[in-house]
Each structure stands twice: as C-alpha cells, then as structure tokens.
Write a new protein. Structure first.
Length: 100
C-alpha cells in the first residue's frame, strides 16, 4: 500500500489524494467454485478485507484484515458446535431408495 508523507494510504494515480476507507463496515471476498462452466459462491468462506478507495478516480485496493480474521477464527474455536438440523441428517432408508 503506497503511503504519503503523513503515513496515510494514497492513490497510485493521485499521490496527493488520501484514500478513504469505511471503518464501520466489514468487507468480504467470498470463495467460488467453478464446475462445468457454472459458478457457485460460498458466502460461508472467504477473506475479510479492508477496502481503500480513491474518491477521485475510484481506484481500489484490498487488504486482508489479518487481525479481525484471527479474532473470528479464535472465537469459532471456542464456540460450541451447532447441531445439524434434522432434515440434513442422512436417512438410510431414503438413500437406499435413491440408489435404486
Ligand atoms: Zn485516484
């Protein structure tokens, strides 16, 4: 990230323009799986990122929010496992019927 003399991120196209970032929002890059020319997004996986934008030209830089990601992962390790809903539990009789 290019920083100006004040240590603030600046646009690569406008060295004197400070980039803006909304500190009250969390941005996420989700993962996607491509199969047979079709794509599906998995919003439960991805990277937490900070977005910096130039208010003049719209240039954007993304940076992984390492500290927030670390805290979320730590919290997930401590949280009790959530039981799967009954409908998601495999029904052996139903599976046998599908196999026929
Ligand atoms: Zn710019």
């Amino acid at each position: 990230m290019p920083l100006n003399k004040a240590g603030k991120p600046h646009c690569v196209n406008h060295e004197n323009i400070a980039m803006i970032s909304d500190k009250d929002t969390i941005n996420v890059l989700t993962t996607a799986t491509v199969r047979d020319d079709d794509i599906s997004f998995d919003a439960s996986k991805g990277a937490l990122v900070k977005v910096f934008a130039c208010p003049v030209c719209g240039y954007i830089e993304l940076y992984w929010d390492k500290e927030l990601s670390r805290r979320v992962l730590e919290r997930r390790k401590q949280a009790p496992k959530v039981a799967e809903p009954a409908s998601a539990v495999a029904d052996p009789a139903h599976k046998a019927a599908e196999a026929m």
